[in-house]
Write a protein that binds this ligand. Structure first.
Ligand code: NOJ
Ligand code: CA
Length: 506
C-alpha cells in the first residue's frame, strides 16, 4: 500500500438497508432486492457511497434472515441471484459500494449441514456443531440464549444437547472443525467473486468456543452469553478471514459486530491491522443525551482503541430503538446526526434515520420478532399518500407521521432531516479535516460539547448544545456556520438541543 494511501472505507459513509422494509416491488408486502435497486438514486442523492444489506440468503426467517439455510442463494422472498448481481452492478455504476451481511456463528436448523449433523451421532457432519451430554436432565452448562431460555436444546434424535447462543432454530457452528472453516471460507469467496466489496460480520466475537464449556460465574447472573463470549481463538479465525479478503483486489473490507461491553475488548478485534478492518462502536446506542456522556464516548474511543484502529459511529440499527425514539425529540436526533457525521470514524446510517423516523407502534397481534424489535424495522415511507410508494400493505405498520416523514415530502423541504443529512454528508466529503483529521475536545461552557477536527490547513469546529436553554459560545468568534441542525442567529449562539458545524470565517 502507498504511504499516505487512505483505504476507501475510512472515507465512506455506510447506509444500512434492512431489505424486508426498504421497498417491495412485487406486492407481497415484503421489501426485496429489486426494491433496493429502484431507490439507489435516493441514496446517491443523499450522498451515500456504501450500502450494507442485512441478510437476503435463503432462510426460514425464524430470525428474519439471521438464520441462514443456504449461504450461496437468495431467498425467493427477496428475489434471485440474478437480482443480486443486477443490484451489485447497478450500485457500482453509481459509485456505491456493497457490503453484505455474513452470519458465521450459527446457521438455520434447516441448513442441510445441521440436518445431517443432527441425523446421527456418527454423521459425517456431527462435529460441525456443538453436541454435548446434559447434566442429569439439565443442559450441559448454565449459558443463556440471547432471546431468553437456556443456550442448549435437547435433540430427541440422538439424545444430546446442541448449543445455540440465539434461538434453538439457530444452532452454533463448531469453528474448531477445519471443515467448517473451509466451508465458510468458500461462502466468502462465492460472494467476493460476485463482486461485493465486503462483509458485515454478524456477532463475530462469538464464533470461538472453549471446548470445556465452563459454567458462567454466578456473579454474572442471567446475562446472556452473547455479551460475554470472548475466546482468543476467535482472533485467529478472524485473521484467516482477513487474509482471504485481503487476497482479493479492490480493498474488500470487513466490519464486525462485536457485542461486548467494554471498548478495549471491542478494540482488540482490530488486531494489529490483521483482523477486522472496522468494528461497530455501539456506545451511542446506549448513551443518555448529555454532554458528559457524549464527550466521554469521544474521549474513550480516542484513548481505548488500539493505534491505527479506525473507529465507526452507529446511531441506530435493526436491533435497537431508533435514535429519534430514544432521544425523544427531533431536535436532539438532528443534533445527534451532526455529531455522528463529524466524528473521526466511518458513520453508519440506518435506513430511515435520514427521515427522522420513530419506531412504529406495533399492536400485539402484529408483533412477529422473537427479540421484540419490530418497531425499528417498520417499512420506509417513500411517498406522502396512504400507500407510501409501496404496492400493497407492508408486513409491519408504518412508523408515526409517515404523511410527512417520507422521502418525497422531505426532499421537497429544505429544512427536513433528509436535507440536513445531505448537507452534512456533502460537508464531510468536501473537508479533509472531517473525513480524516484528528479530533480535539475544547473547553466550552455548561451543556455545550465543542470539538475541533484538523487536517493540515483544513479545520472545522463542532458545537453541540445539550441544554434546555440557548447557549452562547465565545470560542466561535472567528467561525461561520456551514451546517446547523436548527437556525441560529450567529455561529456562537445555539438554540436548545442544537448542533452546528462551523468553518473558519473567510
Ligand atoms: C445480530 C443481528 O444484528 C441480529 O438481528 C440477530 O438477531 C443476531 N445477531 C443473531 O444473528
Ligand atoms: Ca416483495
Amino acid at each position: 500500500m502507498d504511504v499516505g494511501h487512505v483505504p476507501w472505507w475510512r472515507d465512506a459513509v455506510v447506509y444500512q438497508v434492512y431489505p424486508r422494509s426498504f421497498l417491495d416491488t412485487n406486492g407481497d408486502g415484503i421489501g426485496d432486492l429489486p426494491g433496493i435497486e429502484r431507490r439507489l438514486d435516493h441514496l446517491s442523492w443523499l450522498g451515500i457511497d456504501t450500502v450494507w444489506i442485512s441478510p437476503f440468503y435463503r432462510s426460514p426467517m425464524a430470525d428474519f434472515g439471521y438464520d441462514v439455510s443456504d449461504y450461496c442463494d437468495v431467498d425467493p422472498l427477496f428475489g434471485t441471484l440474478a437480482d443480486a448481481d443486477h443490484l451489485i452492478a447497478a450500485a457500482h455504476q453509481r459509485g456505491i459500494r456493497v457490503l453484505i451481511d455474513w452470519v458465521p456463528n450459527h446457521t438455520s436448523d434447516r441448513h442441510p449441514w445441521f440436518i445431517e449433523s443432527r441425523s446421527s451421532r456418527s454423521s459425517a457432519k456431527r462435529d460441525w456443531y456443538h453436541w454435548r451430554d446434559g447434566r442429569g436432565g439439565a443442559p450441559p452448562n448454565n449459558w443463556r440464549a440471547a432471546f431468553g431460555g437456556p443456550a442448549w436444546t435437547l435433540d430427541d434424535t440422538t439424545g444430546l444437547w446442541f448449543l445455540h447462543l440465539f434461538l434453538a432454530q439457530q444452532p452454533d457452528l463448531n469453528w474448531s472443525n477445519p471443515e467448517v472453516v473451509d466451508a465458510m471460507h468458500q461462502v466468502l469467496r462465492f460472494w467476493l467473486d460476485r463482486g461485493i466489496d465486503g462483509f458485515r460480520i454478524d456477532v463475530v466475537h462469538c464464533i470461538g468456543k472453549d471446548p470445556v464449556f465452563p459454567d458462567q460465574p454466578a456473579a454474572m447472573g442471567e446475562i446472556d452469553r452473547v455479551g460475554i463470549q470472548n475466546e482468543l481463538v476467535t482472533h485467529e479465525l478472524i485473521r484467516g478471514f482477513r487474509r482471504l479478503v485481503d487476497g482479493y483486489p479492490g480493498e474488500r473490507t470487513t466490519v464486525g459486530e462485536v457485542n461486548l461491553g467494554d471498548l478495549s475488548s471491542i478494540g482488540s478485534f482490530y488486531g494489529h491491522g490483521d483482523e477486522l478492518h472496522l468494528v461497530f462502536n455501539f456506545l451511542p446506542l446506549y448513551a443518555p443525551w448529555t454532554r458528559a456522556a457524549w464527550q466521554d464516548m469521544i474521549e474513550r474511543v480516542e484513548r481505548e482503541f488500539p493505534p491505527g484502529a479506525w473507529p465507526t459511529w452507529v446511531l441506530s440499527n435493526h436491533d435497537v430503538r431508533r435514535v429519534r425514539t430514544r432521544l425523544g425529540s427531533e431536535h436532539a436526533a438532528r443534533a445527534a446526526a451532526v455529531i455522528s457525521t463529524t466524528q473521526r470514524g466511518t458513520p453508519f446510517v440506518y435506513q430511515g434515520d435520514e427521515l427522522a423516523l420513530e419506531d412504529a407502534v406495533v399492536p400485539e397481534r402484529r408483533r412477529v420478532d422473537p427479540g421484540g424489535r419490530d418497531g425499528c424495522r417498520a417499512p420506509i415511507p417513500w411517498e406522502p399518500d396512504r400507500s407510501h410508494g409501496w404496492p400493497s400493505a407492508p408486513w409491519l405498520p408504518w412508523p408515526p407521521h409517515a404523511d410527512t416523514r417520507n422521502a418525497a415530502s422531505q426532499r421537497a423541504n429544505p429544512r427536513s432531516m433528509l436535507h440536513l443529512y445531505r448537507d452534512l454528508l456533502a460537508a464531510r466529503r468536501a473537508s479533509p479535516a472531517l473525513r480524516r483529521g484528528m479530533v480535539r475536545l475544547l473547553d466550552a461552557p455548561g451543556d455545550v460539547l465543542a470539538y475541533e477536527r484538523v487536517s493540515g490547513e483544513d479545520r472545522r469546529l463542532v458545537l453541540v448544545n445539550f441544554g434546555e436553554q440557548a447557549a452562547h459560545v465565545p470560542l466561535a468568534e472567528h467561525w461561520q456556520v456551514e451546517v446547523a441542525s436548527a437556525s441560529q442567529p450567529d455561529a456562537g449562539s445555539l438554540p436548545p438541543h442544537a448542533a452546528a458545524l462551523l468553518r473558519p470565517s473567510a
